[in-house]
Ligand binder design. Structure first.
Ligand code: ZN
Length: 233
């Protein structure tokens, strides 16, 4: 470890902290959008669900009406049967009654099925409504939480930026230009700690010569990825 190690390590840590805070700040609006999107989708799903339920009930009503009409028809056919003037007329009415009874039976089965579906769907309504409410609450909760958090992060970043200006003063003018160019391009990846004699950004080992330079407090950039290296090994 050389005298340059600690300041470089602190400098790198500042870049890592800035990157982390900036990342959290940048992710916020996307996270807000994602939650709004989920909430909107749930609302659309509820609307579709309620529309389907209305359609199903209307279908049930129309089938009920068909059944009522058929029952009335059967009643009037039964009355006609009683006053049939000939055998032929009697048999014709009887056949008609038979056919309509069959249709009535089919209609009753259909209606039962529709009512069962209405019951099933109605039972789901509360759950679908709760899902919408939960998604809305989560969206609002996150937005409010992020509003507070973004203020905190903004202040935190201002503080870090001030500290960075001070920490960068350790760099002499020669590595400073390269360092600035790297920071602009790669953020915290502009710097790398040596791990097992290798750059922790690209894992390429440094040469014995570079090791000596680093140990004597020189500023050395990784020959592979360009990172400003420091060692606490
Ligand atoms: Zn490297």
């Amino acid at each position: 470890m050389t005298s340059a190690t600690e300041p470089l390590k602190d400098l790198h840590q500042l870049h890592l902290d800035i990157e982390q805070a900036q990342g959290e700040l940048n992710r916020g609006p996307k996270q807000i959008q994602a939650r709004k999107h989920i909430s909107n989708k749930k609302e659309t799903a509820l609307k579709e669900f309620l529309d389907n339920l209305i359609q199903l009930k209307m279908f049930g009503d129309s089938k009920s009406l068909d059944l009522k009409t058929l029952e009335n028809k059967l009643e009037s056919l039964a009355a006609k049967l009683n006053i049939a003037s000939s055998n032929r007329e009697f048999n014709t009415i009887k056949d008609q009654i038979k056919a309509d009874e069959m249709a009535k039976s089919v209609l009753e089965d259909e209606l039962l099925e529709v009512f069962e579906r209405i019951d099933e769907e109605s039972a789901k309504k509360k759950d679908v409504e709760q899902q919408v409410e939960a998604a809305k609450q989560e969206s609002t909760r996150f937005s409010e939480q992020f509003a507070t958090r973004s203020t905190e992060l903004g202040q935190h970043l201002e503080g870090l930026s001030e500290k960075l200006k001070v920490a960068e003063k350790i760099l002499p003018s020669e590595p400073l230009a390269d360092y600035r160019r790297l920071v602009f391009k790669k953020g915290a990846k502009a710097m790398a700690k040596l791990r097992g004699g290798a750059c922790s950004n690209c894992f390429v080992s440094i040469t014995a010569q570079q090791k000596i330079l680093i140990n004597t407090g020189e500023y050395v950039f990784c020959t592979s990825c360009g990172s400003l290296l420091y060692s606490d090994e």
